[in-house]
Design a protein around this ligand. Structure first.
Ligand code: NAD
Length: 347
């Protein structure tokens, strides 16, 4: 039997501990895995592009466990009542090759993306950063807000979305928190005076969510929405003025903001900053950019965290995903067993 953590179990698990506590625990796992970066097998994700979006597989292994996530990105889905991003993931035991955990990963993607963003900002934003702008108030946005509140104490947000309903949803969802939210009429107004700028819009094109004149010295940009070839959010001139930090350069050069730049455009790998091998922020006037695209190790950390979090709880069920013949060579024998023995239910 394989442990299965579905959507309702993730919701209940997160509710049981509180979302900010859950996010902080997740940050620890992600940070720990960034620190041991060199132990991981790494490759850019495998992407299948279509006019409507992309379907991706994101595998990695630390030699003990193997994990992958299936994820899509379809920016026009909300217009037909579907989400832009949905995902599920698998964690397996390398020694036997058997899967040990299957999980929903749509919620977990929102959580791990936000946890990674906040972790990067812990190393890259100014220590006195207090205000964040968020441009794009879709599915990822509340997770971003809560992760920055939990890890960096950001309680003042200036937010903008082209769709006013998205802003109302965002404000409503965070109404019971102590986060002060100012909804603005333009992206320019949102970012004016912000110490941290998060861009998390969805549009499959080279958009200009931030133009060069909108970004002053000392700002940290958490660029989340540009995560696919032909899909960016920042004007190239901002990248030239800034220091850019990435997850895995081989993937980010294809998918991130730096796809606009020459192949040798200088970047620093985030893991090196976290492991103390490279410098993050050097001055209060420097512009730093986390060019986030989402990397397989972050999903691996999320799966590892989830597996540990559900042990000894009722927040998982068992899935008869793998066959278990008494004689491992007698797979065919399962067809010869009486019918009831075959009807092990999906719990
Ligand atoms: P979503 O469709 O739920 O929300 C996107 C929001 O952006 C919508 O509310 C839309 O109205 C708004 N928007 C679009 N264009 C805009 C503009 N020009 N100005 C202001 N707002 C604008 O999508 P989501 O699930 O929140 O994901 C957002 C983006 O983040 C997607 O592009 C997704 O692929 C990406 N993403 C990245 C990572 C990562 O690890 N880097 C992880 C998950 C999602």
């Amino acid at each position: 039997m394989v442990q299965y953590v579905g959507v309702s179990n993730v919701v209940e698990l997160v509710r049981s501990v509180g979302i900010e506590t859950f996010l902080l625990g997740l940050v620890d796992y992600i940070e720990e895995d960034f620190r041991r970066w060199e132990e991981f097998e790494k490759s850019p994700r495998v992407a299948s592009h279509s006019k409507a979006g992309v379907i991706e597989l994101m595998p990695t292994s630390d030699g003990q466990h193997y994990g992958f996530k299936y994820v899509n990105g379809h920016p026009k889905n909300p217009s037909v009542g579907l989400q832009t991003v949905t995902a599920f993931g698998v964690l397996s035991d390398v020694a036997t090759g058997y899967p040990c955990l299957v999980s929903e990963m749509t919620l977990m993607t929102g959580l791990r993306t936000a946890a990674t963003s906040a972790l990067a900002a812990k190393y890259l934003a100014r220590k006195d950063a207090r205000t964040m702008a968020i441009v794009g108030l879709g599915a990822q946005s509340e997770f971003q807000a809560l992760a920055f509140r939990a890890l960096l104490g950001i309680k003042s947000l200036r937010v903008y979305d082209i769709d006013p309903d998205a802003a109302s949803k965002f404000r409503g969802n965070l109404a019971e928190t102590d986060i002060e939210i100012i909804v603005t009429k333009t992206a320019e107004e949102a970012v004016s005076g912000a110490d941290i700028i998060t861009t998390v819009t969805a549009d499959k094109r080279n958009a200009t969510i931030l133009s060069d004149n909108m970004v002053g010295g000392g700002v940290h940009i958490n660029a989340v929405g540009g995560d696919c070839p032909g899909k960016t959010e920042l004007q190239g001139d901002i990248l030239r003025r800034a220091d850019v930090f990435v997850e895995f350069p081989e993937q980010t050069r294809i998918e991130g903001e730096i796809q606009q730049m020459a192949p040798d455009f200088p970047v620093t790998e985030l893991w090196q900053v976290i492991a103390g091998q490279a410098t993050g922020r050097r001055s209060d006037t420097q512009i730093t950019i986390f060019d986030s695209v989402g990397f397989a190790t972050e999903d691996f950390s999320a799966l590892r965290y989830l597996r540990d979090a559900v042990q000894g709880t009722s927040f998982y069920t068992e899935l008869d995903l793998t066959t278990q013949p008494e004689d491992p060579r007698n797979l065919y024998g399962l067809f010869r067993q009486p019918a009831p023995a075959m009807q092990r239910s999906v719990a």
